[in-house]
Write a protein of this length. Sequence first.
Length: 202
Amino acid sequence: MRLIITFTMVAQMALADSVTNLSVVAKAAFDRMPTVQRVDQMAGQCGADSSVDPRVTYCTTANRILVADGFWNTPQAPYLVAHAYGHAVQVQHGVADFALREIRNRRSEETMLRGLVERQVDCIAGFLLARADLGDVAPTALFADDPLDRIHWGRDPLRLSPQVSGDLAARAEWVAIGQAGDLAACSPGEFTADLLMDALRP
Ligand SMILES: [Zn+2]
């Protein structure tokens, strides 16, 4: 019994460390990366209400990744936190500005453009997961449906940020591309990886 308890504690520590490791790896790779902050609950933080993802969000105004206490030690946490860091890389290094300009100019293509944003974010997530030695985390093994179809990043108030729906198979595909370790490959459709490569520390 003692052995089982010890094993469970070690497993939980390892998972808790996964999020911390990701944060260290992201900050080593890119400037201006957010700090991860544990919160009692998401609603009420950064203008979030119940329409916002209750587990992990990226609040761009505070440059913080918020993780709900009850979610911190779950096997799904590293992927969702890595995804939040992917959005942070885009926001802090010019890709989000580029995407927003394109969306404003081409409203009829908004869904497609937001889909490309998500693919590049998943690719960056895979790149960071691999660097943190968490490369065996495939979204398709962790989730039954798209886990990111609720508001999960944006300015305060988060409740007014756009909702994007993705597709789990595409997420897994782009996470795997990033996991191969070449950030230059994170260039879905018309999105190049130039800004990412400029931002990546040697
Ligand atoms: Zn996203």
